[in-house]
Write a protein that binds this ligand. Structure first.
Ligand code: CP
Ligand code: NVA
Length: 305
């Protein structure tokens, strides 16, 4: 069996991704004990490797693995020889001798691909500077719980064209929905990913007017203005100030639109408290569904097909 890495949404076809979401829904319905669900053997170990902080990713992967019947080891790179210059390749080869899969949260995306290229076990992307695929799989699951199939819907991304936005672009193409991205030109997603979406026949547009982006949208999505590892926070905040998601902007989307945010959030910056704590917000359902989307991804990685 080829190694089952889960590195990015664009690497899979729609049927595969739909299969993961369907399994995630079943796992959620089955509850914590996962009655009727196949489990891994109790000595199966997932290493959770962090170069950057995390609350949701750390806890949801850890709990997902316990629900599947396996175990975890949480590793912070600063406590490892990795932090003293041991190569990613050697780290991958060594961890492959001990554990059964690795989830990595890191900065440069090349760290992830290098780990995967040198590991003999599945590697999962737990966020890089380029993408956050597990988050967006959970987000699609969450959207569909509230609004039905995302296919043919319109989603507005308002704010920084960052790693989470990139995974939304991958999802828009694979799940067949329109994505309108409102962001300052300096912080737009890269030409490479926008070019990929266009080549794939996706419906992804970059606009500078947040009002036009959210008009008639089924969901309004945003994220922090300063991601982990970003510099010049004050410059970014000044550029992004016109892209705050507030009640006036949500009113342009309509009362049925859901508000989404991967969290952590900064109330008063990218979103007002009124919106994120208001009736259209589904942010804690997104956080909850990390558990189920990732449980389904782990089940695939471990061959519980
Ligand atoms: N959304 C998300 O990935 O959160 P953490 O940074 O807390 O893991
Ligand atoms: N864009 C954010 C997402 C955090 C989950 C970051 O990379 O910091």
């Amino acid at each position: 069996m080829a190694l089952r890495h889960f590195l990015d949404i664009d690497q899979f076809d729609t049927a595969f991704l739909r299969g993961i979401l369907s399994r995630a829904r079943d796992m959620k319905a089955a509850g914590r004990a996962g009655e009727g669900q196949r489990r891994v053997s109790s000595d199966t170990v997932l290493a959770l490797l962090f170069d950057k902080p995390s609350t949701r990713t750390r806890v949801s992967f850890d709990v997902a693995m316990r629900h599947l019947g396996g175990q975890t080891i949480v590793l912070n790179s600063g406590d490892m020889q990795l932090g003293r210059g041991e190569t990613i390749g050697d780290t991958a080869r060594v961890l492959s001798r001990y554990v059964d899969a690795i989830m990595l949260r890191t900065g440069a995306h090349s760290n992830l691909t290098e780990l995967a290229a040198n590991a003999d076990i599945p590697v999962i992307n737990g966020l890089t500077d380029n993408s956050h695929p597990c988050q967006v799989m959970a987000d699609i699951q969450t959207f569909e719980e509230h609004r039905g199939s995302v296919e043919g819907c319109s989603v507005a991304w308002v704010g920084d064209g960052n790693n989470v936005a990139n995974s939304w672009i991958h999802a828009a193409v694979r799940f067949g929905f329109e994505l309108r991205i409102a962001c300052p030109a300096e912080l737009a997603p890269g030409e490479d990913i926008l070019g990929w979406a266009e080549k794939q026949g996706g419906s992804v547009r970059v606009l500078d007017d947040p009002g036009a982006a959210v008009s008639g949208a089924h969901a309004v999505v945003t994220d922090v203005w300063v991601s982990m590892g970003d510099d010049e926070p004050e410059k970014r905040k000044a550029l992004l100030a016109p892209y705050q998601v507030n009640a006036a902007l949500m009113a342009k989307a309509g009362t049925d639109a859901v508000f989404m945010h991967c969290l952590p959030a900064h109330r008063g910056d990218e979103v007002t408290a009124e919106v994120i704590d208001g009736p259209q917000s589904i942010v804690f359902d997104e956080a909850e569904n990390r558990l189920y989307a990732q449980k389904a991804i782990l089940a695939w990685c471990f061959g519980l097909a």
